[in-house]
Design a protein around this ligand. Structure first.
Ligand code: ZN
Length: 83
């Protein structure tokens, strides 16, 4: 039962990518979090994503306006998207 409700790694990583992890409906959010707790791959993926996005911000913030930073982040995330 719980296995069928549980989102797949692919679904989780897509949600993490588009930043929907915290905007998803309550039940879905709970399942996503549960998956992240149980799945080392997705945990690592979301950690790396966070690190990348922080790094981009730190490098780019002093010189660039937020729109450019956002575009750069989106480009990087596009590359990371599961095919
Ligand atoms: Zn997973």
């Amino acid at each position: 039962m719980i296995k069928r409700l549980m989102p797949s790694c692919r679904e989780v990583s897509e949600k993490v990518l588009v930043g929907e992890l915290f905007n998803a409906p309550l039940l879905q959010r709970g399942l996503l979090r549960l998956h992240l707790m149980l799945c080392e791959h997705c945990r690592r993926f979301s950690r790396q994503l966070e690190m990348i996005s922080k790094t981009v911000e730190e490098i780019a913030r002093p010189q660039l306006d937020p729109r450019v930073v956002k575009a750069a982040k989106r480009r990087i995330l596009e590359h990371l998207k599961p095919k």
